[in-house]
Write a protein that binds this ligand. Structure first.
Ligand SMILES: [Ca+2]
Ligand SMILES: [Ca+2]
Ligand SMILES: [Ca+2]
Length: 458
């Protein structure tokens, strides 16, 4: 996607579609989501734009609306789209605060195959739309009064509960995410927001008006505000947003969220941060945190870059093999922006050994997982040949049936009668079921595993 004016939505792989072309009269600074929104077997492109229109307005003479689209693979706009979310001021700052500037996020909230899409226009309400463009939930950012979120129980200026006087909250330029923050198989929608004071601040001259910066969370099924949210954070979330993973060792996910205010927070569904959090970087952060086990020690690590160019990495107590949540900007390695998209290959088999025992051949290796070194792959494909086996000629080598995979990390041994003349063996594993209950009902497509080869004498 590029943002020359007028903007074009360009598909760069010409073989994948006949062409998606110009439709937006203004810039696109959001990233597209790619998902089979209508569950017909073909992916759609979900994209929002900087377009703004004077109507429909939330009130006469005030505000306007933005636009977001679902584009089918043949380049046409899907029925019911674009949606036209309304704002009290959708045209505040050229490019960065104009229309729907942040990236739509997608999830199968109800688990029936069709997807929901969450997005927000600048100074509007975040909204969850159905696949057909109808509104599932307008996410009112109301909070406060008494109890959670009230002035009286705000305990800290940062990381605490918002001031009720700053209700309602408004969507602006922070990114959103879907995640199962309770670990119960029900999704929440998360987004950075600002308190209502920004409306007075935007109204004109005079002394600065203070307002809370917030991390908001709603039950995506009901649209209700989570009781422990929104949380107050220090500063603007300028095109960054939350990432989600279990990092404390208690099995319940944390929402990792940063801002211009130098801190990286890790709130669980109750709004509580683990010991040692938040982290101080001392810099303005403009990137969504990324989560993965970068040193392969079985526990996930959190990576945060800062605007001044420092890269922070924190080790955590969260198991590497955990249900997938929202581990980076745009969710996954393919940047689908879609909760549940499974883009992880099985880990490489890197210890394949071959030996001969009488008339039998024997292969040994350590079982890879289904997602990296996690889970159980669905099948092995063993091939033999008199000549070296490569990815290109793998399919033409002689297949040898062997028993299916054991769980990741298991020592595997298979003995078999070698085909006549076989000198080389190659082993590949195929993807299996998703791990975690909430992933079993989704049907993502997955990349095949890499090839492991062993050779010599049969
Ligand atoms: Ca489709
Ligand atoms: Ca936790
Ligand atoms: Ca690690």
């Amino acid at each position: 996607m590029q943002n020359a004016r007028p903007s074009r939505l360009q598909v760069f792989d010409a073989s994948s579609a006949s062409g998606v072309d110009a439709f937006a009269p203004r810039a696109i600074i959001a990233s597209a989501a790619i998902a089979d929104v209508d569950n017909d077997g073909a992916n759609e492109i979900v994209i929002s734009t900087d377009e703004t229109y004077a109507s429909p307005s939330p009130a006469p003479g005030v505000g306007g609306s933005g636009r977001a689209y679902v584009i089918r693979a043949n380049g046409t706009i899907a029925p019911g789209w674009p949606v036209k979310p309304t704002s009290i001021n959708p045209n505040a700052v050229p490019l960065v605060a104009q229309g729907v500037v942040t990236s739509p996020v997608v999830a199968d909230v109800s688990g029936n195959g069709t997807k929901q899409i969450a997005l927000g226009v600048f100074l509007g309400d975040a909204t969850i739309y159905n696949a057909d463009g109808t509104t599932a939930h307008t996410l009112q950012g109301t909070f406060g009064g008494t109890g959670a979120g009230s002035d009286t129980n705000e305990t800290t200026p940062e990381g605490g509960l918002p001031r009720s006087s700053h209700s309602p909250s408004h969507f602006y330029v922070a990114q959103g995410a879907f995640a199962d923050i309770h670990g119960l198989g029900q999704l929440d929608y998360l987004a950075g927001e600002v308190g209502n004071g920004i409306v007075g601040s935007a109204a004109g001259s005079g002394p600065p008006v203070l307002f809370d910066h917030l991390l908001s969370a709603w039950n995506a099924t009901t649209g209700a505000v989570e009781p422990a949210f929104p949380r107050v954070i220090e500063d603007w979330q300028f095109f960054n947003g939350p990432a989600v993973a279990e990092i404390s060792g208690d099995g319940l996910p944390e929402i990792i969220d940063s801002s211009g205010g130098y801190f990286v927070h890790a709130f669980n569904a109750a709004g509580v941060e683990p010991a040692g959090w938040p982290k101080l970087t001392g810099h303005w952060q403009t990137a969504t945190p990324s989560i993965g086990d970068i040193n392969d020690d079985g526990q996930v690590d959190i990576v945060q870059t800062t605007r001044l160019g420092t890269l922070f990495v924190w080790q955590t107590a969260g198991e590497t093999c955990q249900p997938d949540q929202w581990r980076k900007f745009r969710h996954d390695e393919w940047n689908t922006g879609t909760y549940g998209a499974d883009t992880r290959r099985p880990a490489r088999i890197d210890d394949l050994r071959f030996s001969v025992s009488g008339t039998s051949a024997k292969l040994t290796w350590t079982a890879p997982g289904d997602d990296g070194r996690c889970g159980t792959a669905s099948a092995y494909e063993l091939r033999a040949s008199a000549t070296p086996i490569t990815r290109a000629n793998f399919a033409s080598a002689t297949p040898i049936a062997i028993a299916p995979p054991a769980a990741a990390g298991t020592a595997e041994t298979r003995t078999f009668t070698p085909p006549a003349g076989a000198l080389f063996y190659a082993l590949r594993r195929r993807r299996g079921r998703q791990q975690g209950a909430d992933r079993e009902r989704r049907r993502p497509r997955s990349p095949p595993g890499a090839l492991a080869a062993a050779g010599r004498r049969a």
